[in-house]
Design a protein around this ligand. Sequence first.
Ligand code: AMP
Length: 216
Amino acid sequence: MIIILMGPPGVGKGTQAEELISEYGLTHISTGDMFRAAAAEETTLGLKAKEYMDTGQLVPDDVTIGIVRERLQKPDCAKGCLLDGFPRTIPQAEALDDLLLHNHREITTVLYFDLPKELLVQRLSGRQVCRSCNATFNIHHAPSKVPGICDSCGSELYIRDDDKEETARRRLDVYEMNTAPLVDYYLDSKRLTEIDAGGTPKEVAAKVRQSLAAFI
Ligand code: AMP
């Protein structure tokens, strides 16, 4: 299985990714997590990516396609993977199709989540992420049991720099311009499954499970 999670920032892809990897045993590939890890380690790639991330811009396609190409070749991807935050542009989507074709594999489906923009800004500004295990919470609709502490591993939660309102709005604009065209790209090739992302994470997970039943 190769599942792609698509949708604007703040729609809840990360939360659904956690559910899906544990339920279907998929390897989680999040380009955002990969860039943040590289930035924390201060590698050349990480420092370059950070410049784009901090201003809400996309990391250039050649860099992003390169890290995904490398990652997909690792053995843990053979059992199936969940792509979260990739592809985000038409050239990335075309590169992924080429890469998979070359490896005799294909996308199972693209799960496309959507919500109205104001709700997305509110969700982004309420988001908290665990410093240690990357689990995500939201002070508005999915708070941790103890404020500021991760339910899964007990580490400290923090607010990402790019979730601050101004950058969050810019990321939504960048999404509209670069990533929204992918909806038609995957719709035209009949690979898109639309999911209404309204409701609690559990309710959305139930909709996802129901949609994926058609592919198992
Ligand atoms: P995310 O955690 O998926 O919201 O990604 C955080 C940031 O990482 C984005 O705002 C971009 O700067 C960068 N990024 C993640 N995935 C991609 C991608 N597929 N293409 C370009 N930039 C990306």
